[in-house]
Design a protein around this ligand. Sequence first.
Ligand code: DON
Length: 562
Amino acid sequence: MKHLRRALLLCLVTTAPLAVAAREATPGQDAVASAHALATAAGHTVLAAGGNAFDAAIAVAAALAVVEPYSSGIGGGGFFLVHDARNQHDGMVDARETAPAAATATMFLDADGKVAPARSLNGALAAGIPGLPAGLVYVSKHYARLPLAQDLAPAIALANQGFAVSEHYAIMAGFRAPAFKQDSDAARIFLRDGKVPPLGTVLTQPDLARTLTAIAEHGNQGFYGGDIARRLVAGARADGGIWSAQDLTGYRVKERAPLVGHYQGIRVVSAAPPSSGGTVLLEALNILENFKLGELNKVDRMHVVIEAMRFAYRDRADYLGDPDYVEMPIAHLIDKTYARELSAKIDINKATPSANLPPVTTDPNHHTTHLSVMDSEGNRVAATLSVNYPFGAASVPAGTGVLLNNEMDDFATSPLTPNAYGLVGGSANAVAAGRRPLSSMTPTFLESAERIGVLGTPGGSRIISMVLLGVLEFADGGDPEKMVSAPRYHHQYLPDQVEYEAGGLDAATQAALIAKGHKLNESKRRYGNMHAITWERATGVVKAASDPRGEGKAEVWTPAAK
Ligand code: DON
């Protein structure tokens, strides 16, 4: 298949010189920005071996599954936003987890009909059917240049040889240590004697290396069928889960059309449902286009951005879910006329109480990771991948090394009951067999006449507001360093409050926002872990940056001739 496509491409090159001449310039440099230096190095290895951005994304994602197990993994899922420079095709590879067939709308309620939050967070009942293995296989088959086994090799080596416990690992493991059952595979792999391993401890994952090798050798069948699948089902059921062999064999990746909008001349390409990311991002940007942000003072600008977040997150709660099961008015939500109507409701002097917005209809910190890649030919990947909570469900089916996600908590486990991120939802995001839970992951491409941008971040419900602030930085001419490091603030409709980063707002700004009627809540920590790349078309300069809040690494290389 890959060879056929390459042959076809060669044909095009030899028979259609005019089309080739019209093709846009290419960056000429490769760039990777990810949450871990070892994962960025894995990307470099396959790029240096002649791989393209898609090979690098596979290598980085698989390596993150090993060295950043609290954020994403083979037992989780996510979205790969892809741009294929050969034909300018934009796609969204949806490798989101699905609810097992035995899932029901009441599975996370107790005997009194109240949400039992621990059930959708800890243990295998919280786990959706993983999508990442199928996502890697799909990207390899349809976009990459090297064999899947070559792209997975660095991750397999890291799983066998181990990685050193860092300060960040220790914080995450400490947060989730109580959820690990002491005699479990999960505790054996990620803790030492039930405690956070000392800094520098080298953690090897031989079972995970075997599972990754099975995927490398047999593709989907290596994970969703055969011995690994049998162990996954047995292990999940032994830990209170409801998985079946058919759930695994029935899992399918879907390539969907990304959402596309425009903000001040920038083409914005972002995640379509079952992520809410692109919809909320575009709705908020459309609202903001009705204000001259550049002419507003700092407080008024923040105020309208907060109001735009409020309106757009409200619609998320009301309408969004899995597009294969729910009808959604996406075209309306990202329509400029609708945004103009909403912007007319924003009072520049006063916060709109969320309670005054139409209520959400109910009848019929955290972890995740993001990687940004661009190659010398102009191919791009923005992938946000997750196991949801740090270390997901804290459960590893025996002998697989696969840490299960707890993505089921992203469903509205009961109408209007906040989930782990305080998000509410209605019937559009109710638990049901086979459905994908609504996500906030927002991998995004930005394209202006001058520059191309690739960005995204983890952060639960705050992902979308972080990407929104990142887009506004880009629109103001900010480089990746600015996009990833700017102070953050967030409003998600409910709770009706502005959350801002520790130390992120000076006293005068706080007072001015309070005077407009906003409730403020300083978060205990700085949040997010954004990774961004830009390419300036005119100068050819490629820049990449990883969020100073994390331990990631961004690099730009000039490749040897391929
Ligand atoms: O898909 C989602 O929206 C969540 N599972 C993402 C979780 C997340 O970003 C946690 N990170 N801090």
